[in-house]
Design a protein around this ligand. Structure first.
Ligand code: IDP
Ligand code: MG
Length: 150
């Protein structure tokens, strides 16, 4: 089992896509174990995107992610990190495959709707940024045995 961190970015919230995005992960079988609507402040944005500091798009990225509320959630499931990235689609929305979130709902890299952790290390770091120790909930769902038996 893995856990990963997802953010519906300001454009996703403003465009009324929260439900559509959440539904895709729910239907895939991933379990939502944490969920919040928040406004990302500059300090949090800079910690989250520290790996991109110095890149040409960094200032615009911090501006974008802090511009309006976002929905952050944690997903749990087998291979959750890679599965989630594949549901999200390629970073450049214009190259993202149809059927992915970005491939269906976004057009440009600068407004690409959604963030998802890209490795186990990033997932642990980012879950810690957005959720406190007791915030993620361990629970069983009636569907668990039908989605990942054994
Ligand atoms: P990812 O979100 O698919 O993991 P990263 O390369 O980690 O993509 O970049 C983080 C975010 O920075 C992207 O989702 C996008 O919002 C923004 N970004 C990346 N490259 C560009 C660019 O060339 N122009 C504008 N924004 C960019
Ligand atoms: Mg990334």
């Amino acid at each position: 089992m893995e856990r990963t961190l997802v953010i519906i970015k300001p454009d996703g919230v403003q465009r009324g896509l929260i439900g559509d995005v959440l539904t895709r992960f729910e239907r895939r079988g991933l379990k939502i174990v944490g969920l919040r609507l928040i406004k990302v402040d500059r300090m949090l944005a800079e910690r989250h995107y520290a790996v991109h500091k110095g890149k040409s798009f960094y200032d615009g990225l911090v501006e974008y992610i802090t511009s309006a509320p976002v929905v952050v959630f944690a997903l749990e499931g087998p291979d959750a990190i890679q599965v989630t990235r594949r549901v999200v689609g390629a970073t450049k929305s214009n190259e993202a495959a149809p059927g992915t979130i970005r491939g269906d709902l976004a057009l440009t890299v600068g407004r690409n709707i959604i963030h998802a952790s890209d490795s186990p290390e990033t997932a642990a770091f980012e879950l810690g940024l957005y959720f406190g120790a007791g915030d993620l909930i361990e629970y069983g769902k009636i569907s668990d045995n039908w989605v990942f038996p054994g």
